[in-house]
Design a protein around this ligand. Structure first.
Ligand SMILES: C[S@@+](CC[C@H](N)C(=O)[O-])C[C@H]1O[C@@H](n2cnc3c(N)ncnc32)[C@H](O)[C@@H]1O
Length: 281
């Protein structure tokens, strides 16, 4: 396990993923009934942007720093920007970047619950130190995909599962497909967010066709390209497959994604939203 998210915190892919994650959490909060969130590959939860590892790659310069400097108008991007700037430590300037556990915790109400799981021993300790005292949260150190069996279905019967692996191993796409299949058998009404990088378009096509072989409920594939994917080895863009998306999301993405392109990749960027499963509503 070589991957450490601190090298990438706040990059373009985090902006894309976290803005959509917050929109999905807001939808869950719009009803009174408690919800559950499972973050299978959680990272440490909070990243100091002045840490040597973050400064070494400076990836936040192409992501959150551009959003902070901008004046977004779409609901999704405005709300995300406000959340990041509201993190303790960011009162005067952008000093810390919240990972998915921080963003999720900020949206939990007293009766909502979450499991944050991280396998890397050091990052797990940081995660535990930051979150284990919150009685709404359980922090685990298992294999992320095993969490699908261990924690689904949740007693609340409503909630969201974020599957955000590091893509260090060649069969990560097939593992995600298997985990989603397992998850849907246990918790068919849950919202699932499956994050992936976009390098080779062929790998994404294979991923989508493997997903389409599952009994998928309504599912969106949302992609943000930094540049045309001409070099299949480059990190050309990022995507989320969203199973059981909140019903207003597809519409709000149409305001969010063009803004994201305008702020992060105005010359070469583009976006797409495709339906992979379920009936059109
Ligand atoms: C992309 S990062 C997660 C970022 C985080 N979800 C966020 O949005 O802030 C992927 C994480 O998965 C962890 N990881 C790697 N292999 C794992 C496994 N088998 N099970 C659980 N976590 C794993 C890595 O240590 C890394 O922290």
């Amino acid at each position: 396990m070589n991957y450490r998210h601190i090298y990438h915190a706040g990059n373009f892919a985090d902006v894309f993923k976290h803005a959509i994650l917050l929109a999905a959490l807001d939808h869950l909060r719009s009803k009174d009934k408690p919800f559950f969130v499972l973050d299978t590959h959680a990272g440490t939860g909070l990243y100091p942007l002045d840490a040597p590892q973050a400064r070494k790659t400076a990836e936040s310069a192409g992501g959150i720093e551009k959003i902070v400097a901008a004046m977004p108008r779409s609901d999704i991007l405005r709300s995300y920007r406000e959340h990041v700037l509201a993190m303790p430590g960011n009162e005067e300037s952008l000093r810390v970047y919240p990972g998915s556990p921080s963003l999720i915790r900020a949206r939990l109400r007293p009766d909502d619950r979450a499991v944050f799981n991280e396998r890397h021993p050091e990052d797990f300790e940081t995660l535990r130190a930051g979150f284990a005292r919150d009685r709404r949260v359980r922090v685990e150190s298992r294999d992320g995909y095993g969490c699908v069996r261990a924690f689904l279905p949740p007693p609340q019967r409503r909630g969201l599962v974020l599957i955000d692996p590091p893509f260090e191993i060649p069969d990560e796409f097939s593992r995600m497909v298997r985990a989603l299949g397992e998850g849907l058998k246990r918790f068919s009404t849950g919202t699932y967010l499956l994050w992936h990088p976009v390098k080779s378009p062929a790998a994404i096509r294979d991923f989508h066709s493997a997903l389409s072989a599952l009994p998928l409920p309504e599912t969106l594939s949302v992609t943000f390209f930094l540049r045309p994917p001409d070099d299949p080895k480059a990190f050309n863009g990022t995507g989320l497959v969203i199973v059981n998306p909140p019903w207003t999301l597809a519409e709000s993405l149409k305001d969010f994604l063009p803004e994201l392109v305008a702020f992060l990749a105005p010359e070469t960027g583009r976006w797409s939203v495709e339906r992979l499963g379920g009936a059109l509503s």
